[in-house]
Ligand binder design. Structure first.
Ligand SMILES: [Zn+2]
Length: 198
């Protein structure tokens, strides 16, 4: 059921997306993202088209396109995002065959402010969303719930993540960051291992 969208929504600027494949010159990192997304999806943490994955490369960030399934990504499902106007919340420059994920600004903001981060993963992981679980694991959670992909959501995610490796978006999902793609995935797996030990 479609709910009323109340936040500032990410817009694609006119002529911002240059329609050509983006993955070709970065196939190693694309393969790594495809594999990690598949693993997380197998756990059931990326239902339907939920979740997104990205990696910093030298000329921007490669991110999953919107409308693609985490468990079944192809190289053509990644878009190279070069520039976003975070004030106006609009995509300025990108290369790819598909529109980048609606949660792209959250990834972009994290890369901009966290030079230690080279990969960001967001999944809808129900088990970690329970208050008693994330509190026991000492994982920060946003104070409130925001419409997905909104400016408010991106800013709140960044704020709550601070210098940490993982954070919870209230009633929505988890965001994990790492020095590499495998590292960002590992944080999510580790949080689950810790749930087992609670
Ligand atoms: Zn989400």
């Amino acid at each position: 059921m479609a709910e009323k969208y109340t936040g500032v929504k990410f817009q694609i600027g006119k002529n911002a997306l240059e329609k050509r494949p983006a993955a070709e010159s970065n196939m190693d990192i694309v393969r790594e993202m495809i594999l990690c997304a598949k693993i997380l999806s197998r756990f059931g943490w990326a239902p339907a088209n939920a979740g997104n994955i990205s990696a910093r490369i030298k000329d921007g960030m490669l991110i999953k396109a919107t409308g693609c399934e985490m468990g079944n990504l192809k190289p053509g499902d990644f878009t190279l995002v070069k520039e976003i106007d975070l004030e106006k919340f609009i995509l300025k420059k990108a290369i790819g065959l598909k529109t980048p994920s609606s949660e792209t600004p959250m990834h972009y903001l994290i890369y901009k402010e966290r030079k230690d981060v080279n990969s960001v993963i967001h999944v809808h992981d129900e088990a970690l969303l329970k208050k008693e679980v994330y509190e026991k694991l000492k994982i920060n959670c946003t104070k409130r719930e925001f419409p997905y992909g909104s400016k408010e959501s991106a800013e709140a995610a960044f704020k709550v993540l601070r210098n940490k490796k993982i954070a919870i978006l209230k009633n929505h999902g988890v965001v994990s960051v790492g020095v590499g793609v495998g590292d960002a995935m590992q944080n999510i797996l580790e949080a689950h291992e810790r749930i087992l030990r609670l």
